[in-house]
Design a binder for this molecule. Sequence first.
Ligand SMILES: CC(C)(COP(=O)(O)OP(=O)(O)OC[C@H]1O[C@@H](n2cnc3c(N)ncnc32)[C@H](O)[C@@H]1OP(=O)(O)O)[C@@H](O)C(=O)NCCC(=O)NCCS
Length: 433
Amino acid sequence: MKIEHRIASKLTEERARMQNLVKEHGKFSIAEVTVEQVYGGIRGVPIHVTDVSHVDPQEGLRLRGYAVPEVLEKLPKSEHGEYPLAGGLYYLLMTGEIPTKQEANQVEIEWKVRSNVPEHVFKSLQPMPAYTHPMTLFSQAILALQSESVFAKRFYYGIDKEDYWGYYLEDSLNLTAKLPTIIANIYNLKYRNGIFVQPNPKLDWSANFAYMIGKHDPAYMDLMRLFVVLHSDHEGANVSAHASHLVASALSDIYLSCSSGMNGLAGPLHGLANQECLRWLLDVQSHFKVVPTEEQLRQYLVEFLASGRMIPGYGHAVLRVTDPRFTAQRDFACKFLPDDPLFQLVDMVYQILPGILSQNGKVKNPWPNVDAINGTLQYHFGVTEADFYTVLFGFSRILGISTHVVWSRAMGKPLERPKSLTTDILESMIKSV
Ligand SMILES: CC(C)(COP(=O)(O)OP(=O)(O)OC[C@H]1O[C@@H](n2cnc3c(N)ncnc32)[C@H](O)[C@@H]1OP(=O)(O)O)[C@@H](O)C(=O)NCCC(=O)NCCS
C-alpha cells in the first residue's frame, strides 16, 4: 500500500484516540514545571505527543516502537548491501508499519520520479563565499525550494483543513526525493570544484549520495544506508525536531519548517557535535603522534576536562547509557575497519572516558552518543571534510522531522503558543505561596 493510503487508513482511529484523551482526561496533569526547569532549557517538560519515535533514558531510540537492532534487522535491505533501504525506513516512520520489499521499493521509485532539483536552487548557492558553512548552504537550498511548495500554493486558494496533511506529505516526498542530489552537489560545490553530478537511477536513495560525490565503494554505500537509519529521528522535542514542529504549527510549509530545523541542527550542542568530535579526535591523534598507552590517554583526558573544555560525542540530555546508535556504528567499524588507527582511538576513549566523567560527578551521562564515532567512519572512506558531517545528519534527520510535521497536520494540531514570564512575575508567584 502507498504511504498516503496507509496513513489515511489509520486516521480515523488515531484522531479518535487523541480526541478521547482530550475529552476524558483533558485536565489530567502530566507534569509540574519548576523554576529550575524554566531557567534550565525546559529540560524534561513534556511539550507534545508524537508516535514516530521515543528515546528511553535506559534503552535509547525506538523508531515506531522498534529498537535500533530490530529496525536494522526487519527493514528490507538493498540488493547491493546488508543495510536497509531508506525508502523502507520512510515507510516505517510515516505509517508505523514495517514495509514489504515492494513497499520499500515503491517509495524509492517515487523518490526517483520526484528527484529533479530546479535550477534556481543551485544558482542561489553559487554566489555564496567559499568559506560559507555547508549547513548554511543546505538550509538555504531547502528554503530556495520553498517556491515549489504545493501546500503553500493550494493554501493561497483555500483548502479544507482535513486535507492539509495530504499536501504536507506531497511536499515531504518532493523535498526528501531531492535531498541526495542537493547535498551531494553542495559537497561537490565546496570540495570538488563545483562539478555537477546527476543521480544514478539504478541506485537507492542513500547510495546515490555516495555515487554523486564520487564514492563508488559498496562498503561506503552501505555505511550511508546505516547512517541514514541511525540519524533519521530522535523523538520530537530535540532542538531541530522541535524547531521544525513549532514553525510548521503556524502552517508554514515543510520547506520553511525543515530549513528552520536545520538551523537548529547546525549548533555545536546539537548536530555540529559530529564535526567537533572528529576535529577533537584528530587533535588527540596528532598530540600523541603514535598510539598512546592507556595511562597517557587517561592523563590527557583528565587534564583536558580540568581545563574546563567539553569532550564532544559524550553526554546526552536524555540518554543515560551508551547510545545504541554508537554501538551499531561500532559494530560496522569492527567489521569494515578494525585496523583503522582513528577507530582504535575512538575505542580507547570509549574504554577510559566514561569512568573519568563518572568520577567528576557533574556529567549526568558519561557515555558516548551517536557523534562519538560517525565522523571517524566517514573519514575512513575519504569523506574527510568534517564541516560536511552535520549536513549528512540533517539529510537523514529530515526523514523524521517531516514525518512529525505530516502527522501533526493529520491530527489537526493547533498553533503552538507556550507562555513566557517576567522575573517580577516569577518572584511574586514564589512570594504568594
Ligand atoms: C549533549 C549535552 C549538550 C547535554 O547537555 P546537558 O543535558 O546539559 O548535560 P549534563 O546535564 O550532563 O551537563 C552537566 C554538566 O556536565 C558538563 N558536560 C556534559 N557533557 C560533557 C562533556 N561531553 N564534556 C565535558 N563536560 C560535559 C556540562 O557542560 C555541564 O557542566 P556545568 O554544570 O558546568 O554547566 C552535553 O553532554 C554536551 O555538551 N556534550 C558534548 C556535545 C555533544 O556530544 N553533543 C551531541 C549530543 S547528541
